[in-house]
Write a protein that binds this ligand. Sequence first.
Ligand code: PLP
Length: 944
Amino acid sequence: MTSTSFADRHIGPAESEQAKMLAECGYGSLDALVEAAVPAAIRDTRELDLPPAASEEEATAELRKLAARNRPMTQMIGLGYYDTLTPPVIRRNVLESPAWYTAYTPYQPEISQGRLEALLNFQTMVADLTGLATANASLLDESTAVAEAVLLMRRASKSRSAKVVLDAECLPQTIAVVRTRAEAVGIEVEVRDLLTGLPDEFFGVVVQYPGASGVLRGPGFYTAIGETARAAGALYCAAADLLALTMITAPGEFGADLAAGSTQRFGLPLGYGGPHAGYLSVRAGLERSLPGRLVGVSVDADGAPAYRLALQTREQHIRREKATSNICTAQVLPAVLAGMYAVYHGPDGLKRIASRVHGLAAGLATALRDGGVEVVHDGFFDTVLARVPGRAARVVADARRFGVNLGLVGDDHVRVACDEVTTPDTLRRVLLAFELEAHVTPGSGALPTGLARQSGYLTHPVFHQHRSETAMLRYLRRLSDLDYALDRGMIPLGSCTMKLNATTEMEPISWPEFAGLHPFAPAGDAEGYRELTAQLSGWLAEVTGYHTVSLQPNAGSQGELAGLLAIRAYHRANGQPEREICLIPSSAHGTNAASAVLAGMRVVVVACTEDGDVDLADLRAKVAQHADTLAAIMVTYPSTHGVYEQGIDEIARIVHGGGGQVYLDGANLNALLGLAKPGEFGGDVSHLNLHKTFCIPHGGGGPGVGPVAVREHLAPYLPNHPLHAGAGPETGVGPIAAAPFGSASILPISWAYVRMMGAAGLTSATKVAVLAANYVAARLGPHYPVLYTGEGGLVAHECILDLRPLTKQTGVTVEDVAKRLVDYGFHAPTMSFPVAGTLMVEPTESEDAGEIDRFCDAMIAIRREIDQVADGTWTLERSPLRNAPHTAELLAGEWDLPYDRKLAVYPAGVSAKGKYWPPVRRIDGAHGDRNLVCSCPPLTSYEN
Ligand SMILES: *Cc1c(COP(=O)(O)O)cnc(C)c1O
């Protein structure tokens, strides 16, 4: 490798530094370390079959060529996706700013106040516009948000019925996703024209508002559904368009209990389908059942208001097989963008955009009618359905000649969806496709009588104060300055693989040729995407040893679900529908159990031994006990304990012997890539997390991509899509996401990573990641016991530090250490997962040796502080540990703590020039859970 290769830039420690780190671990070479750590039974020494590494310039040039094969037309297809203008100040300072995109999920709220405020804006925006009490901080897309709403309605409804009713006007992809999800858990889906009424018994009903064809009905229609639902003990969900809601009655005002949908048209590029932030809001009384993350207001140690994630006990990590949703990674960065779009425009700006869009649509309808074309609906917001018997395909084809994609509906109808970028000239071209030459004058009055919105929204000052470019820029800067992201320092979170994302990988996602495609555009418009997804899938299949890869799932949790649904379908196809037991080791990631439940399986927990491995005796017993009903085992590899378990091939043999399939959770592929292939050492299916191993940035908690990879016999049961034949096998289980290729527009990031690393680079990255983890274990082992190790006393790509003995002795908790690390300028490691009372550290290959040492030094210095609590120098209550993190404000006040201010904020290794200042002191999460506030608090609440 030459010194200018991309791999050398991506991998932090230089060769000389690697040598020092190896010496600390007691090994003479990287290969010797790896051969000692990785079990021979799984080790694959063949070089990966990938194209030779490209330089950054070459990869960019290739991506430019791929991009040039996409045709970003004027998109008027509608169906939940609309072109939009991302305000440049937001695009550059959020979407393209590492301060936002390299942050982690805000589990450490003291260093996440900026994005927590941004998410609170998002929640407030959704709650206000939908007229409901509480919104969560995003879901994966509109269709999965509706699916989550259906599951919530079933849990919360008083009806005993297993039936949900979907409006025939629901988006086709939503109907399909709900069917996929419902089938697995025994929910019956009835799709029907709600004008014909509702069945006698059902637990929930979903209305699309406005409908997929654009239709808006009179207010009586929407109210009556709510009344019928209430009488049946059922719940009522509106899948609503937020832009339309600036002009029409909010769902909460016509009796809906829930609203779900997409915030895409609030400044998020189409991106061939994603990533976009889905939303879900609920009326008062349902907030504790909301899936996904919820930001709330609480107080810090000084009683000052502070934000943090609320009700975390609902999370799948904690509830496991009792979890009601498997959502982990969501869509934080897209949610921040959408919320900022509302901050930038304010209620009047949004209303102006909506009125303009509506006016153009109304004008188009008039021009069509004047030209003798039948317009089907009198009431609509932005979408006009034209009836052109026998001519629809012709009109759509002609529109393409004028650069416009319209929606084809059967043989006789054409759908024209107007949006923020539509102009009178666009509509002139649309009319030409109808063989009309006319100029459109914006009209109005196509909203049904009585449906106009009367209530206000977005009254909070944050939606009024940042209108000038200057104010907006400063607001974004002020918030991002509150946060700690990878652009400031290391985020050593075990199981999360917080590696840095190279700028070259990031640049293509805002190119119009990737950003401007509608997910349901004709396949011929997306040749570049087709090639890119085919190459990336092929590379992922090669590195995992699997046969086929689906890129559709837009988070790890969704990949898990897709993989389990494939297993379920496989057993059914073999005439064994009774196989429904999913074995899950007690050490598993929380999403595993939750996904198994959502796939309609029954979870049986397999014990782990003292040293953290799957207990093979218990496994054999459980397999024997469930011999006829065993569906699968879900096992994480390397184990959640951060070690390469020796018995993995034996585990696979035992389960296969019992007729079960092996799901290897591959979210932590960073320890395997180039060293071993899960598809060849026993796995039948794995999901990967491209937002971990493959450099998609974490975005503060999403977006993610969770491709599912399978062996050949499961390939017929991968996800597919009703609106795109090329998205999966005809025999597939249906879609698992709204868009055929999920979050397509961020796939160039992973493509570029693999393309620039090549086989040798990827393998080196894995080796250095393993080295870095073992180096941390070697340096910190004498100070904090390393809980689990594998062969040769080695760990894989992460290590668990056991603080429980110290906690018992001194009372100092993992939380104290985590918060004290903030004073030292670090993000905490993963806290109390997978074992309570421990810290799990994953340095990754992309951290420099110097930064890893700075972290180890800080941990050792903190260990000395713990000793000072032990020897009575400080009481725990008045120690720098318990009082961490220390704010500038604390320093400015009376100082009566028994250590000096310098130790508080400039402990060893922290310089005045590199200091990160947390804006709040330690936050009391329980206070906020008791007094739940999940929208922007009035400014008066800050005065004290
Ligand atoms: C991160 C992770 C998941 C969940 O992935 P999401 O993208 O957050 O849904 C599942 N399993 C393991 C082992 C993980 O580390």
